[in-house]
Design a protein around this ligand. Structure first.
Ligand code: DI6
Ligand code: FE
Length: 410
């Protein structure tokens, strides 16, 4: 590997779990040299070219580096909370019942509409900061709690602004087809008309959406309605994703695959037909163990079949106030293994390069020369520890597009 004469940042004293290739891609006693936003050199420290200098050097004395985490499915920009609904569910009400009564997503819609952009950012900032604090360098954020043009755009703009403020690469997804807003109660098709004719074009022309998502389920939208949203997204040059087969089998994953979706997410009710379609289209399966856990679901996503068919599996927080009120990507690694039986290596791949693929990003998720210099550093003895433990945070900080955000050992 040719090294430049000078690095902007040099990280030394690191064991590397590069995830470059099939397995962990371990390099012991490694170093990473960065120029600008990119990894310029990576390898065993003893092979560092003699005489190379660096503007900044950080030595970690044997900590581990992984690719920066990619949390590819969150709804973290919202106002209010749903603790009261949680108490109701503990007394026996179901998520779907609460939704049908106008609570659930719609209660967060009321709070999110009422918050101005500043208040919405103040409510959401700690969540993005907490996710980043565990090693995330790229975070996807969905709208879907505005459910009217300006409020949807407000959510997307706040997400982007928080990303710039905290130095996290925030990717935004328009999820106007999340629920039927109160103004359109009983007129789901009319709402989808508005989404397609007004909101998708507005988000696209404002440059505020990187993708378009929909909630295809009995308490969400039908396949036909979802298809219309996808057509509108494609007409505006935006890729699609889908909340599919979370609470029932609507054959949504196959529809997503038909549209070349980046991902289909949740998938507890995914059928063999859906798996075949995803395998053929290369659509990523995003697994969300936090929602599975919080809803006390018992039906598992078909992980063995997905693995057998070579469908790439990502893992994300689904950070949202209703079904996954977590800001811990590391806890999701643990739950992906404990609840869904992924291996720790699959789980970490699922929150790095596979998650990047679920966002259409090919420049990150592995530690390799030429990739974006997104790196997470952890005070651990071996990489499987990231999925083994739950609670606590061993992250010592990150490089985000080459910019160091490190703190002292914890
Ligand atoms: N599925 C989910 O798990 C979230 N949205 C969705 O379509 C839940 C959102 C909420 O309850 O606020
Ligand atoms: Fe979600």
């Amino acid at each position: 590997m040719n090294a430049p004469a000078r690095f902007d940042v040099l990280l030394t004293g690191l064991n590397l779990a590069t995830l470059d290739g099939e397995g962990w891609g371990i390099v012991r006693d490694g170093a990473i040299g960065v120029v600008g936003e990119r990894i310029a050199w990576i390898g065993p420290q003893r092979e560092l070219p003699a005489g190379v200098s660096s503007s900044q050097r950080h030595d970690f004395g044997g900590a581990w580096a992984t690719p920066g985490l990619v949390d590819c499915h969150t709804h973290l920009v919202y106002a209010g909370n749903r603790a009261g609904e949680f108490e109701r569910r503990l007394r026996g009400a179901t998520y779907a019942e609460i939704a049908r009564e106008g609570g659930g997503i719609l209660s967060t819609v009321r709070a999110t509409r009422a918050a101005d952009a500043g208040a919405l950012a103040d409510a959401s900032r700690p969540r993005l900061a907490a996710i980043a604090d565990e090693g995330a360098t790229t975070v996807e954020v969905k709208s879907g709690y505005g459910l009217e043009r300006e409020a949807e755009l407000k959510q997307l703009a706040v997400a982007r602004a928080l990303g710039r403020e905290l130095g996290v690469d925030v990717r935004t997804t328009l999820l106007a087809a999340h629920a039927v807003p109160p103004e359109f109660a009983g007129r789901a098709d009319a709402w989808i008309d508005a989404v397609c004719a007004d909101i998708v074009p507005a988000a696209a022309s404002a440059g505020l959406a990187d993708a378009v998502d929909a909630f295809c389920d009995t308490i969400g939208f039908t396949r036909e309605q979802t298809r219309r949203v996808f057509d509108a997204a494609h007409a505006h040059g935006l890729p699609v994703k889908l909340h599919a087969e979370q609470l029932s089998d609507q054959d949504g994953a196959a529809l997503a695959a038909e549209y070349g979706a980046l991902s289909a997410d949740h998938l507890e009710w995914l059928s063999p037909r859906g798996i075949d379609a995803m395998a053929a289209s290369g659509t990523v399966a995003v697994l969300l163990p936090g929602a599975f856990y919080a809803l006390r679901e018992t039906r598992l996503p078909p992980v063995d079949a997905l693995r057998e068919r070579g469908v790439p599996m990502a893992v994300a927080t689904d950070c949202n106030p209703g079904t996954s009120p977590t800001t811990s990507p590391l806890l999701m690694l643990n739950m992906a293994c404990t609840l869904f039986r992924l291996t720790p290596q699959e789980a970490l791949a699922g929150m790095t390069h596979v998650a990047a693929r679920a966002l259409g990003l090919a420049d990150r998720g592995r530690l390799r020369a030429g990739m974006r210099a997104d790196v997470a550093v952890y005070a651990i003895d071996e990489p499987a520890e990231l999925a083994w433990r739950f609670g606590g945070n061993p992250c010592l900080g990150t490089l985000r597009a080459g910019v160091p955000h490190f703190r002292s050992a914890r």
